[in-house]
Design a binder for this molecule. Structure first.
Ligand SMILES: C[S@@+](CC[C@H](N)C(=O)[O-])C[C@H]1O[C@@H](n2cnc3c(N)ncnc32)[C@H](O)[C@@H]1O
Length: 237
């Protein structure tokens, strides 16, 4: 069943109502956007030697995506997000780009209704972990359906350690947060910690790979771990 296009719950509230918190997180590079998106650029440059379409599911403000796609063969960009505020920044970030960019406000679970089949490259940054495991699998199956032959799907997502449960994950997140994260005041920190504690559902490295294989991808692999061990990038082909 299709979900409504304007979902608003704890998983989206921080982005829909308060983009400034996530903006500070990006500006302070607390989630290693810089290194992760550099890895994405490296893979795109190597794999996409011909004109290609790029789909960014839960694109946010597309700050990093818009820069990664410069000087690549990207011809079209489609960004989907639930937050109108984020999408308005995303439009700005593509304003002077030669890439034809479209933006759609929707719950990304419904992305297949908005994307033409035959997408060459589909990317999700820090967003699939809000889905239940069964929904992650369906999401990956849907991605496979809309990808072109030989197309690539990549994720940058939080990782559960083997044997770790969600409360242990949250404790590990909090230790990392206290040690590495910068730039948020007390109120913003509390808001962010509530978001992580109440809504994040990461998978282990092994399970992120297994889900891709179960969804039908022949190749599924981890291609990057960021410095704190919280986030990894996966590539499916
Ligand atoms: C952590 S941010 C990631 C933004 C960007 N992909 C990045 O790498 O920085 C999560 C984004 O997902 C969006 N989002 C959260 N839940 C969503 C949903 N159900 N459907 C569409 N977008 C959603 C938020 O509005 C936000 O822009």
């Amino acid at each position: 069943m299709t979900k409504p296009d304007t979902k608003e719950d704890l998983s989206t509230k921080i982005f829909v109502k308060n983009w400034s918190i996530y903006k500070k997180i990006i500006e302070n590079d607390n989630m290693s956007h810089n290194a992760g998106y550099s890895k994405l650029k490296q893979i795109i440059s190597y794999e996409m030697q011909r004109p290609f379409s790029f789909v960014d599911l839960a694109c946010g403000d597309a700050y990093y995506s818009s820069r990664v796609l410069r000087e690549t063969n990207a011809k079209t960009y489609t960004g989907l997000d639930i937050s109108e505020q984020a999408l308005s920044f995303a439009r700005e970030n593509f304003r002077d780009s030669e890439i034809r960019a479209d933006f759609i406000r929707t719950d990304f679970i419904n992305f297949a209704e908005h994307i033409d089949p035959g997408a060459d490259f589909i990317w999700v940054g820090f967003s699939m972990h809000h889905l239940e495991t069964i929904d992650k699998l369906q999401f990956m199956k849907d991605v496979r359906e809309v990808l072109a032959d030989g197309g690539i799907f990549m994720l940058y997502e939080p990782i559960l350690l083997e044997g770790e449960d969600l409360s242990q994950y949250y404790k590990r997140f909090k230790v990392t947060f206290d040690k590495f994260w910068k730039g948020l005041n007390n109120e913003e920190s509390e808001y962010l910690l509530e978001h992580v504690r109440e809504t994040e559902k990461p998978e282990t490295t092994r399970d992120w790979i297994a889900l891709g294989k179960e969804a039908g991808f022949e190749n599924a692999a981890k291609v990057f771990s960021e410095r704190t061990g919280l986030y990894e990038i996966f590539k499916y082909k």
